[in-house]
Design a protein around this ligand. Sequence first.
Ligand code: C2O
Ligand code: CU
Ligand code: CU
Length: 474
Amino acid sequence: MKKLIFSLSVIVGLVSCKNDDGVTSIDPDSGTGSDSIALNLNKMLIPELIDTRNIIGPVNIDIQNGSHEFYTGIPSQTKGFNGNYLGPTILMEKDSDVNLRFTNSIGETTTVHGHGLHIPGNVDGGPQLQIQPGSTWDVTLPIRQEASTNWYHPHLMGKTAEHVHAGLAGLYYIEDSNSQTLDIPKTYGVDDIPVVVQDRTFADGVMVPYATAVAGQMELRESTLVVNGTIDPYVSVPQGNVRLRLLNGSNARSYEFFLKGDKPFQIIATEGGFLDAPVTLTKLSMAPGERNEIVIDMSAGDVELMAYYLEEEEKYADRNVDELHRVLYLQADTTATILNTSIPGSLNSIQRYNAADVVNNRDFILRNDMTINNQLMDMNVINERINKGELEKWYVRSSEHPFHMHGVSFLILSVNGQTPPPEDQGWKDTFMPYGEGEILLKFDYDATDQFPYMYHCHILEHEDMGMMGQFTVQ
Ligand code: C2O
Ligand code: CU
Ligand code: CU
């Protein structure tokens, strides 16, 4: 990975200094007092974009073992899709049928689930849809939902956490006429940046493998942030608006994101699509599995995206400085063309459900003994049967478990007795009420007894321990 060499002629207001090794680093806080630190940054990896609008025939994706240098010159054993760690961003257009061909070259069984996709159970990539070592899974994904940032990852019973931890995760972007027409940052890797946030442990620069890292723990929270597979990353962006597509791809850790100095930013999309209108925030908490799209104004110069590590039971941190980490250094490139400077006031028109139309109510109680409704996952048991096209209201009680279900997006009706704040009024598929809440949802596609959908805790260790259930839609 390339080291960032800052020079005074480019970075206005920053002071450069020489390290022992001669690498020039920057001191962004120079002159502001005692908390100044020199930065030694790596150019953030941007996953390859596979734009399926331009491809005829199947997109070939090899699930492979790899070796990735998180630290320059020090390889770690990893897994990736078409590469050493993580996978390509696969762009799919609404109303297309996307053909993918996954080949399993990792020497053990896995699956590839489309998290956030509204697709039938028989192509959803859940625990039943196993890809044996050496074999190929040809799948056609019928994309009928609105523009949104989703992701793919293995979902084999008991192995999800290990496979994701090794690097098996990637982004599925869905675009539609709205997303392609809206005047928002939308140039991939330029002002529309994927940001996959994970935590890992390193020993002498080598990523500690899953089994060792997790040993004896109920959930794996690690110390070092890894963003798109890059440690201490920076990205150079135009001095206008920049859109970050955040994915909390960690096994178990939740984060409170904010900009250094508590600068405001806008949230424009949640997991299942754009909000009706941008919402200005100064902090944003995200549990594992969640995605959010935010827009950052770079006109005043460099910006640092920061995060506090959260305890599982809290929505926002008490801002203990020991838990403070830089996620991404955004360097304002004064030479880059500014592509966007303002976000439209109207982004979407969400067709909201009416709670009066609810046909079915269900309760989901997530307990710390890893059960949901007092049951552990049993591949031979269908826990719920749902009628296709009927509006349902789910009551979810969960203080520390992010609750995710397949095949659908939902709208939050209430959280701990309150109407959700505007930034939580968009489409979602992962719900962390930190207490209790109600969601409205309607399933439009089939999931049979043979290929049911899952609901589960998205702390991957909990999921693997059985904090999951199966349901059909017919
Ligand atoms: Cu992200 Cu059932 O998974
Ligand atoms: Cu999912
Ligand atoms: Cu859990």
